[in-house]
Design a protein around this ligand. Structure first.
Ligand SMILES: [Zn+2]
Length: 120
């Protein structure tokens, strides 16, 4: 994930995270089609649909949505909160300055930080 974010910098990158129960196992990179890719991300509906279908086909659930912040802290921006359309998903934000990964739940415009651990 870090590699993908650095590769896309200074533009933001995003991805779906799939898996079972509460363990994330798969990573689905999404194409950022936003007008200003340095400050936001937007994924075309067809791209969302195809990736969701792939997650379903593999018997997984969409557990999280990941995106990078090349130039800001690992906290949801106003736009991120407005565009948080999947209440069940966990939002992963990877900041590159300083390098930091944070997880949030976004429910009805409220941001709730989450604890996590990395499995080998
Ligand atoms: Zn963001």
């Amino acid at each position: 994930m870090i590699f993908y974010a650095k590769n896309s910098a200074p533009e933001e990158c995003c991805a779906f995270l799939g898996g079972e129960k509460d363990t994330f196992t798969h990573y689905y990179p999404l194409k950022n089609s936003a007008q200003d890719k340095k400050k936001s991300f937007f994924v075309a509906p067809i791209e969302l649909f195809q990736n969701l279908q792939q997650i379903n086909n593999l018997g997984q659930d969409l557990l999280g949505i990941y995106h990078s912040h090349p130039n800001s802290i690992a906290y949801p921006s106003k736009t991120d909160i407005q565009l948080a359309l999947y209440p069940k998903a966990v939002y992963f934000i990877l900041s590159l300055k300083p390098e930091n990964l944070a997880l949030f739940s976004i429910l009805e415009n409220k941001v709730i930080p989450l604890e996590f651990r990395v499995l080998e």
